[in-house]
Design a protein around this ligand. Structure first.
Ligand code: PEP
Ligand code: MG
Length: 580
């Protein structure tokens, strides 16, 4: 019988493939007999893992910000004590020596014994201490098995072409699994607006998120139908169901083929207005995809992935070579490089635990705030971007600006890097354009002020929606409130577009709604003339533009201020989209 599960549609596409269930919270520990002469080596391997774990816990302890409540530090102190306790330092060593077994197995036996003691306790508080045991044991096991929290190996290639089912996923893991050939993803947590979701969409990996208990109901090897557009999962489907989804797959192929006719046509509306269609890219390879759909250039090059893939902060030369390669492929088309937007849900591996301790990372040390604090690293990036401006039309874009003071500080830093390059005799474009993202309501409200000091603006609706509506884009519990059609969001869009128009500078949009055809007519009517999106959606948006009369849309949009609720806006937009 078919099992049907629902979730949040994250990345469209229909897949029929076998399931692989990832139980990463449980490490795979098996018993291995070891010869007597290898016992001493095994003991020292265990002791090394203990020392490594101790070092990592100390590092976490050190990174706790001073204002954090004492209880947090006390938790880590408790873990350090537990690590030093005989129960974990001596008993497993004794087991290795006496039973001639591997360290992992010895530790697992000890863990099971300790957990059983805690489980038997009447006191509910003491019972919860078993979680601490599990946490510490898990950390030691990771060190024994030589894996960090988010590194995977797939020696037998079972992940290739599978649908992977996991608890949650980070942008970095999306990259890793993509590299292993994973065809689709189902996650128990998460929603459609995280960076992992955006990355999966841009890589064309169908995803359904928020499928609660998926790991309990789905089994390794089950045949799964994954419908990323509708958020639907079918396990062990019948022949009739398979037939239906195979037909839907071929309809999609036909639709994509039909769109091919607009590939080389200009993005022109019915009434002759030219629209600029650019691409968002994350990886150097994406630039090729942008070229294939004839994007007019790159409107958003997210640089975080370069950092997330490295163990240390990438230096000027490393970044320069990557950007230079992008400029070479673009061959004279504009390349908009966004400076680092780390923080929030995108954090460096060695910073993850510190971020997790923050009450509200999205409101914390993110994007230009982090860059202004880590000025050495920022200077490397600024110089790399300046240098590549000698290779073609490069635009530098600043994420998450909130105040003019921030902008002025960055401009001073940028001038200093120009000076350094001049002194080195390194060429760069003295007139390289500098733009800013409008993704915080504070910036949208003073967009007219920003427009005086910047060469272009680009609206980041992914964040603008979250900050305007006070809805964490990562939190599936409030996902239903994440609505770009909220009248407040639309007013901020209008204010920003009008501010740019008055100042005579271009205003683009690079948030996800720029590539969603449900919003294209609305955005055209609001006055948007530059859209940047992941390449796979560009031809669809171009097709809608070709069937839209912009003067008419602007006329229709005049009633927008009278629409008081998101529902009213939704039905208004539906009526715009239904017009021929
Ligand atoms: C946005 O916020 O709309 C945006 C494009 O930036 P990111 O999704 O990378 O935060
Ligand atoms: Mg953003």
């Amino acid at each position: 019988m078919t099992l049907v599960l629902g979730g949040t549609p994250v990345s469209r596409g229909i897949l029929i493939a076998p399931a692989v269930v990832l139980q990463r919270d449980r490490l795979d520990v098996r018993e291995v007999r070891i010869p007597p002469e290898a016992v001493a080596g095994e003991v020292s391997r265990y002791e090394k893992a203990l020392r490594e774990t101790h070092k990592q816990l100390r590092a976490i302890r050190k990174r706790i910000p001073s204002q954090t409540p004492d209880e947090i530090a006390a938790f880590i102190d408790a873990h350090l004590l537990m690590l030093a306790d005989k129960a974990l330092s001596d008993v497993p060593v004794k087991t290795i020596t006496e039973q001639h077994c591997n360290a992992e197995w010895a530790l697992q036996l000890q863990r099971d014994g300790l957990v059983a003691v805690f489980d038997a306790m009447d006191d509910p508080y003491l019972r919860t201490r078993r979680d601490d045991v599990d946490y510490v044991v898990h950390k030691i096991l990771q060190n024994l098995l030589n894996i960090s929290g988010n590194q995977y190996k797939d020696p037998d290639g079972r992940l290739a072409s599978c649908i992977l089912i996991t608890d949650d996923i980070s942008a970095e893991e999306v990259m890793t699994f993509h590299g292993m050939g994973v065809a689709g993803l189902i996650t128990e947590q998460g929603g459609a607006h995280s960076h992992a979701a955006i990355l999966a969409r841009s890589l064309g990996i169908p995803v359904v998120a928020g499928a609660h208990w998926a790991r309990r109901y789905l089994r390794d090897g089950d045949t799964i139908v994954l419908d990323g557009l509708r958020g639907l999962i079918l396990a062990s489907p019948s022949e009739v169901e398979l037939d239906y989804f195979r037909r839907r797959q071929s309809e999609i192929v036909d639709y994509v083929r039909r769109l091919d006719v607009v590939r080389s046509a200009p993005a022109l509306s019915m009434d002759g207005c030219t629209i600029r269609l650019m691409a968002n890219v994350e990886l150097p390879e994406d630039i090729q995809a942008a070229e294939e759909v004839n994007a007019e250039g790159i409107g958003l090059y997210r640089t975080e992935i370069l950092y997330l893939q490295q163990t240390s902060v990438p230096e000027e030369e490393f970044q320069y070579l990557i950007y230079k390669d992008a400029a070479r492929i673009l061959n004279g088309k504009p390349l908009t490089i966004r400076t680092l937007d780390l923080g929030g849900d995108k954090c460096l591996r060695d910073n993850e635990e510190a971020q997790a301790n923050k009450c509200n990372p999205a409101l914390g040390l993110r994007a230009v705030r982090l860059s202004l604090r880590e000025q050495d690293a920022f200077a490397h990036q600024l110089r790399a971007i300046l240098r590549v401006s000698a290779e073609g039309p490069v635009r530098l874009m600043l994420p998450m600006l909130t105040s003019l003071e921030e902008l002025f500080r960055i401009k001073t830093l940028l001038d200093e890097q120009r000076q350094i390059l001049r002194a080195r005799g390194v060429p760069f474009d003295e007139h390289m354009q500098v733009g800013g993202m409008i993704e915080v309501p504070a910036a949208a409200i003073i967009a007219d002020q920003f427009a005086r000091h910047l060469d272009f603006l680009s609206i980041g609706t992914n964040d603008l929606v979250q900050y305007t509506l006070a809805v964490d884009r990562m939190d599936e519990d409030v996902d239903y409130l994440y609505n770009p059609l909220h009248p407040s969001v639309l007013r901020l869009l209008k204010m920003t577009i009008d501010a740019g128009r008055k100042a005579g500078i271009p205003v683009a949009m690079c948030g996800e709604i720029a590539g969603d055809t449900r919003f294209t007519r609305l955005l055209l009517g609001l006055g948007l003339r530059e859209f940047s999106m992941y390449p796979a959606t560009l031809l669809e948006v171009k097709d809608v533009i070709a069937h839209s009369d912009i003067a008419h849309l602007e006329q229709r949009l005049q009633v927008l201020d009278q629409l008081a609720t998101a529902e009213e806006v939704l039905s208004f937009v539906a009526s715009l989209n239904a017009e021929s």
